[in-house]
Design a protein around this ligand. Structure first.
Ligand SMILES: [Zn+2]
Length: 74
C-alpha cells in the first residue's frame, strides 16, 4: 500500500491519500481524488485500485508541515 500526503487547497486540511486494491490484473485508470471534508477535487491519479482519502492525524500533519516548510535545497 502506498500513501501520500497533500493539503487541500480549499479547506487547508492535510489529507492522507492511500492507494487500495492494487495488485490485481487489469490496466490502470485515472481516478479522481476528492477532499473528504469539502469535496474539493484535489486531482486525478492513475491507479489499478482506488484512492482512500482521510484527514491526516496530528503526527502526520506535523511531519507534513515540517517538509512543507523545508526548501527542497536544504
Ligand atoms: Zn477540502
Amino acid at each position: 500500500m502506498s500513501e501520500n500526503f497533500e493539503r487541500c487547497s480549499k479547506c487547508k486540511t492535510v489529507l492522507k491519500i492511500e492507494e487500495h486494491g492494487f495488485g490485481g490484473p487489469g490496466g490502470k485508470d485515472s481516478e479522481p481524488i476528492f477532499c473528504p471534508k469539502c469535496n474539493n477535487l484535489l486531482g486525478e491519479s492513475r491507479t489499478s485500485g482506488w484512492w482512500h482519502v482521510v484527514p491526516a492525524n496530528q503526527e502526520e500533519v506535523k511531519d507534513f508541515e515540517a517538509k512543507e516548510n523545508t526548501p527542497p535545497w536544504e
